[in-house]
Design a binder for this molecule. Structure first.
Ligand code: NI
Length: 257
């Protein structure tokens, strides 16, 4: 079984010159890719890519950076996009207190609205959390009860990961797992149950070691899988097998065509 990149922004304009080639070489190496949306227009592009490529799936939603752009009635527009069979989640949604591109109260309200939407549509959620662990846990517990989902590019503590897993969430690791100074993250990746772990690139960002400094591509998720395999003393094939099955279970999709 091949590795699955559960989070890549293939619609990013850094791929405008060679998107086709990036996708083709990535899909040769991978089981599949999920492209999350960051606002309404971008979600439409993600859905379009999923339509065009066999093993590309999409998620739709407003990223916390773009929370201020969500209009009244956008829930219905997002819901309409989820009519497409290859839309497998609401995301990425969450809180980002590092950049604060949208006011925090707006981020919180928009996150809550989209958790409600996910529940109505019976879809899992893809969560972005940067420097907002306390508030996001409070909102998830209050508004996200029973919703399955993933904390993408996980950055919390081991205790928070264990709590999330109890709530039914998965945690996802990307390029930072390969960084020499990521001791705390590596410790978490060693200890959480592998049955609750996803892998990702967050392309074009967060390029893994030793390729740091270059644009990231989905195929580089292999380096993240190798790092996790080494941390856990497992063959990389075993890590690929379990984490790809986890993607299938969480998002209700099948890579085995
Ligand atoms: Ni992202």
């Amino acid at each position: 079984m091949k590795v699955f990149d559960s989070h890549a922004h293939l619609d990013d304009n850094r791929y405008d010159a060679d998107r086709e080639e990036v996708l083709e070489r990535s899909l040769r190496e991978l089981a599949g890719v999920i492209n999350p949306g960051t606002d309404l227009a971008d979600s439409k592009v993600a859905v379009e890519l999923a339509r065009r490529y066999d093993r590309v799936w999409a998620a739709v939603g407003f990223h916390p950076h773009e929370a201020r752009l969500m209009q009244a009635g956008d829930e219905a527009r997002l819901a309409e996009l989820t009519g497409e069979q290859k839309v497998v989640a609401i995301g990425e949604i969450g809180l980002d207190y590092y950049y604060d591109h949208s006011p925090r109260d707006v981020q919180q309200a928009v996150l809550t609205r989209q958790l409600d939407l996910a529940r109505q549509l019976s879809l899992p959620v893809i969560i972005h959390d940067r420097d907002a662990h306390g508030d996001i846990m409070a909102i998830i517990k209050r508004e996200g009860k029973g919703l399955p989902g993933v904390f993408h590019c996980y950055s919390g503590s081991l205790e928070m990961a264990q709590e999330l897993i109890k709530l039914g969430f998965y945690v996802s690791f990307g390029g930072p797992l390969t960084f020499g100074n990521a001791v705390k993250l590596q410790e978490i990746a060693r200890k959480v149950p592998l049955e609750r772990v996803l892998l990702e690139t967050d392309s074009p960002y967060l390029t893994p070691h030793p390729l740091r400094g270059r644009r990231n591509e989905p195929m580089h998720v292999r380096l993240v899988a190798e790092a996790l395999a080494q941390l856990r003393g497992l063959p990389v094939e075993a890590v690929a097998e379990v984490t790809t099955r986890n993607v299938e279970a969480l998002f209700g999709l099948s890579v085995s065509q």
